[in-house]
Design a binder for this molecule. Structure first.
Ligand code: COA
Length: 260
């Protein structure tokens, strides 16, 4: 049976997960999200992995959202169960200790955009088209769209995307600070890999700790946030990796971090 989410090691420390239902624009069927969760669990447990790149199979879509075919005739209880399961899995993605990079080509709609919004870094191709069109189905986002997009870009752009069903392009996503870069489609994967290699140069614990602080920042008052930040720094200062980082700088050599 073909995998609905392909896992590939790009090089030691860098994994790629590819949503693989190209004939359905990589829509998130129930079996697909479960397979995705299995990969996330395996990756979370393997600290030799430093960065994860998410991509969609085919040239037309990252992920076009929940599988609408599954919605028709579904009992409310089953609909709720799917939404709750997706929410839990998306949060698992957001909370991975490793850096996550969404490489978006074509459509990232609904749950597809919500998955991207759970990633740390977005790289968009020029063909990228992101949106939350649930209102066109008489529904609203259920995987964090109203919350994470609004935190990411503010009320007005989030409202335009959701209430007017607008899609934003890769270039616009870059202009508004959602995407770190917007590149030609052919350069998308190599750009994402370059970012992952850049992440690999940092100490793993520093990355995991900064990620948690960044994720919590929008919901934290400034003073407690500053206290949490210093608490993290003080703990990192005592790690072997911090010693190695400081020594290697002063000795003008590459650091060798061991995650300790
Ligand atoms: N769920 C299930 N199937 C989907 C899908 C989804 N979210 N998105 C696309 N597909 C399927 C189509 O039904 C079609 O299947 P078919 O060939 O068996 O008929 C196939 O993928 C290709 O899509 P199609 O609509 O023919 O391509 P298009 O280029 O005309 O449009 C989209 C592409 C992505 C704009 C359009 O498919 C779309 O709007 N999808 C739904 C997006 C959405 O509402 N997501 C949020 C869900 S809550």
């Amino acid at each position: 049976m073909t995998s609905l989410v392909l896992r590939e090691t790009i090089e030691p420390g860098i994994e790629r997960l590819t949503f693989n239902r190209p004939d359905k624009m990589n829509a998130l069927s129930t079996p697909l999200v479960r397979e995705f969760e299995g990969h996330l669990d395996a990756i979370a447990a393997d600290r030799s992995i430093r960065a994860v790149i998410l991509t969609g199979a085919g040239e037309r879509s990252f992920v076009a959202g929940a599988d609408i075919g599954e919605y028709r005739g579904r009992k409310t209880a089953a609909f709720i169960a799917y939404q709750q399961e997706s929410r839990r899995i998306f949060s698992k993605l957001e909370n991975l200790p490793q850096a996550t990079i969404a490489a978006i080509r074509g459509y990232a709609l609904g749950g597809g955009f919500e998955i991207a919004l759970c990633c740390d870094i977005l790289i968009c191709a020029k063909s990228g088209r992101m949106g939350l069109p649930e209102g066109l189905l008489g529904l609203s986002p259920g995987g964090g769209g109203t919350q994470r997009l609004t935190r990411a870009v503010g009320k007005y752009l989030a409202s335009d995307i959701m209430l007017a069903g607008r899609r934003i392009t890769g270039e616009r996503a870059f202009q508004v600070g959602l995407a770190a870069e917007c590149v030609e489609d052919a350069a998308l994967l190599e750009t994402a890999i370059a970012r992952a290699r850049a992440v690999k140069k940092l100490a793993p614990r520093a990355v995991a700790e900064m990620k948690a602080l960044i994720r919590g920042a929008p919901d934290t008052a400034l003073e407690p946030g500053l206290t949490a930040e210093q608490g993290t720094l003080f703990a990192l200062y005592e790690t072997d990796d911090a010693q190695e980082g400081i020594d290697s700088f002063l000795e003008k050599r590459e650091p060798h971090f061991e995650g300790k």
